[in-house]
Design a protein around this ligand. Structure first.
Ligand code: ADP
Ligand code: MG
Length: 229
């Protein structure tokens, strides 16, 4: 337990779970995640990538690195033993240069998700209203334009349907310029599953799924942060 606490790091008085543990918890909530394992050495990364199947994604696993790709800590579409081994070294070196002194647990090795539309689902807890669900499209649309919708848990089916439809980026989900439409039912189900989950689990203080890749059938959460309180 003491080791766990040391590994997990702190976030606003809570305990930040790493990506591997966050995804494990979210699968319990019924949210589909990609296979993700922690490698503590380059050899272990090679072995895990073989087991998961190439191509893979490698990411820094550190309680101190919040924006992994900004720190050079994410490489997608890595294929072949040699490429995996050098990706491991490259990520560790890039993060050491970008954030000297950052604690590093290792590198996560993950299955590459099918393409789709990147969306975000988040949960925060409001002292007055309780769990608050957030939905938006991934990337600049959320960061720059703040194009998101909110509802207080527990969500009704109607709430979930409205959350998806009231963002300005909704046409992108419907299929933009001949792109395949995202599976709206799957997004609504994920919102409802997460709402039920945080309602039943008062120890879950914060959830940040950024991004979830919404496919034409189903979805995959490829990045996850959970804070326990
Ligand atoms: P961070 O948000 O900490 O920079 P992410 O884990 O979100 O790191 O990865 C950055 C980006 O890389 C994602 O927004 C997504 O576009 C892509 N990505 C990450 N993991 C996967 C994956 N398993 N399959 C496909 N693309 C991925
Ligand atoms: Mg992310």
């Amino acid at each position: 337990m003491a080791q766990d606490d040391a590994d997990a790091g702190a976030n606003a008085g809570g305990r930040l779970l790493n990506e591997v543990d966050s995804k494990r918890l979210l699968s319990e909530a019924g949210i589909n995640t990609n296979a993700t394992e922690l490698a503590r050495s380059r050899d272990e990364a090679v072995e895990l990538a073989r087991r998961i199947g190439h191509p893979v994604v490698l990411k820094i696993a550190s309680p101190d690195v919040v924006h992994k790709s900004d720190a050079g800590g994410v490489l997608v579409g890595v294929s072949g033993d040699d490429a995996v081994a050098s990706a491991y070294d490259q990520i560790v070196a890039a993060v050491a240069a970008a954030q000297p002194g950052a604690r590093v647990d290792g590198v996560s090795v993950q299955a590459m998700a099918e393409p789709g539309v990147e969306v975000i689902i988040g949960v925060s807890r409001d002292p007055q209203f309780g769990p608050l669900l957030m939905f938006g499209l991934g990337g600049v649309l959320v960061e720059v334009l703040g194009d998101v919708s909110f509802r207080v848990a527990p969500l009704t089916e109607r709430d979930a349907a409205e959350m998806v439809r009231e963002i300005k980026g909704y046409p992108i989900l419907r299929g933009h310029r001949g792109g395949p439409p995202a599976d709206l039912d799957a997004i609504e189900r994920a919102l409802l599953d997460l709402s039920r989950f945080v309602d039943a689990r008062p120890d879950v203080g914060e959830v940040d799924l950024n991004p979830i890749i919404a496919h034409s059938k189903g979805l995959t959460a490829v990045d996850a942060r959970v804070v326990l309180v």
